[in-house]
Design a protein. Structure first.
Ligand SMILES: *Cc1c(COP(=O)(O)O)cnc(C)c1O
Length: 263
């Protein structure tokens, strides 16, 4: 796959200066036009392992608007693998844009009702084809976190006292915790409402020697829940875009940025 250079963008604003905070944003979104940066870092070790083991197909899970689904479909096409998306919810008459695009990239879908979706082991047991390599929803897992632990190497890592990112499955955050030093503070902003299992989900991906690195997950910036985007959030995104030419998304980064300003 071909990638663009990523860099840190310095954000200058009155509210930062007043609080004597200097803020850089790592523009991982620029890595690739289709596969957003963090998604690629999480995926790549799984894809390498699938290839190594001679698997022909990658199967994974996601919702109808999942960037992980797009990233998987695109990467599989690039690496000559078939892809199957197990999609949460009933099949609709019309596919979401995400699914339409994933389909164009060659992904096949199986729609899984919400109850079955909760227990993914059942779905896996129903599809025991030995050519299938399974990737968890959102790329969750040790390999995903190991991939994500490379992300901070694209920054001048030791310059920062605080590192803040959005949290979905916790894989990205686990990668950041793994690659940070014990005096850095890692903050995750949950994109979901009341997901109490996140702390443990992150800890499961950390090596024992990293369990003491401090990280915290904040649950007060979900704006109503996953992918919810009330007018206040949209207004904020537009403001940030016009002030800093920084494009934010409604699911993750706008909520992180809002939290940074609020904190
Ligand atoms: C997907 C995504 C996340 C969530 O990552 P997890 O590893 O599932 O926690 C966070 N931020 C951005 C920008 C994302 O695209």
């Amino acid at each position: 796959m071909e990638f663009n250079k990523i860099f840190t963008q310095k954000i200058e604003s009155d509210w930062l200066e007043e609080n004597q905070v200097s803020l850089d944003v790592l523009r991982l979104d620029l890595l690739h036009p289709v596969v957003s940066g963090n998604k690629w870092f999480k995926l790549k070790a799984y894809i390498a392992e699938a290839k190594e083991h001679g698997k022909r197909t990658i199967a994974t899970f996601g919702g109808a608007y999942s960037n992980h689904i797009i990233a998987t479909a695109f990467s599989c096409k690039e690496y000559g693998l078939d892809s199957i998306g197990f999609i949460r919810g009933e099949e609709r008459d019309e596919l979401s844009h995400t699914l339409q695009y994933a389909k164009q990239l060659g992904m096949r879908f199986q729609f899984v009702n919400r109850e079955s979706y909760r227990d993914k082991e059942i779905t896996k047991h129903q599809h025991t084809d030995e050519n299938i390599y399974w990737i968890e929803e959102g790329g969750y897992g040790i390999k995903g976190a190991a991939g994500a632990s490379e992300i901070l190497h694209y920054t001048n890592i030791f310059m920062y006292s605080h590192i803040i990112s959005a949290v979905g499955t916790g894989t990205l955050l686990a990668g950041l915790v793994s690659s940070s030093t014990s005096d850095q503070h890692i903050i995750g902003i949950s994109s979901m409402k009341g997901n109490d299992s996140l702390n443990d989900a992150v800890k499961k991906l950390l090596l024992p020697n990293k369990l003491l690195t401090s990280f915290e997950i904040l649950h007060d910036y979900h704006f109503g829940g996953y992918a919810k985007h009330p007018p206040e959030l949209i207004r904020f995104m537009n403001e940030i875009y016009s002030e800093h030419q920084l494009p934010l998304d409604i699911v993750y980064t706008s909520k992180v940025f809002y939290a940074i300003k609020d904190l």
